[in-house]
Write a protein of this length. Structure first.
Length: 216
């Protein structure tokens, strides 16, 4: 019997990590779609209710991330490098953390009106999270889906560039038009969190490409 055949008995037939990554992807989609809904309304009470749902998704994602780390401690053979699993889980958690903190700042700071560019960033975040989710659903068959994942990573990178342009134009316009120093601070911090979410989505795409290079 060949060594590879013997070794294959040690490898789990169905890795527990792939369903967990799928769950993280689903939660990112839920939170990002809620964020778009959140940014579309100026009603303060409605924003609070939507924020509660975003927070629930973020809390669930924390639980999934912790489960992934627990599995890393309990499983001897992993489908790919432990550090890559840990890094990917951390980056997925970062995305939903920034989505949550963006909505939280709106609820805490109570700006008189959210700028249109906030919604534009929210829509970019939602698109990026949908791309991430699609990638998570094919992680178990990465060899067969490497081109698909690469295309989605390229799209995530382009979304980040688009978000950078929107954020930069927002900052320029804000300092030209806004007279209240307090409002400048409030809106800058809200938009900064949204922009960080787009950066973290690109971080996921970079890690996925790293995994592709190593294993696909």
């Amino acid at each position: 019997m060949r060594f590879n055949s013997i070794f294959s008995f040690l490898v789990p037939k169905e890795s527990t990590f792939f369903p967990l990554f799928k769950k993280s992807g689903d939660l990112l989609v839920d939170a990002s779609d809620l964020l778009v809904e959140f940014l579309k309304t100026q009603d303060k009470e409605q924003q609070k209710e939507i924020y509660k749902k975003i927070k629930e998704a973020e809390t669930k994602c924390d639980g999934v991330t912790n489960k992934i780390f627990d599995e890393l401690n309990n499983i001897f053979i992993t489908p790919f490098d432990r550090e890559d699993i840990r890094e990917l889980a951390d980056l997925l958690d970062d995305v939903i953390d920034f989505i949550n903190s963006s909505a939280k700042r709106v609820v805490l700071y109570q700006p008189n009106e959210l700028p249109e560019k906030a919604l534009q960033l929210g829509e970019i975040i939602s698109k990026g999270c949908h791309e991430i989710c699609d990638c998570m659903y094919v992680m178990s068959q990465l060899n067969n889906n490497s081109q698909l994942v690469l295309e989605k990573c390229t799209h995530m990178k382009s979304l980040e560039k688009e978000a950078d342009d929107i954020y930069e134009h927002f900052i320029i316009e804000l300092f030209q038009k806004e007279e209240s120093a307090i409002d400048v601070i409030r809106l800058t911090q809200i938009m900064s969190e949204l922009e960080k979410a787009t950066n973290s989505i690109n971080g996921v795409s970079k890690e996925l490409k790293t995994i592709l290079i190593k294993y696909a």
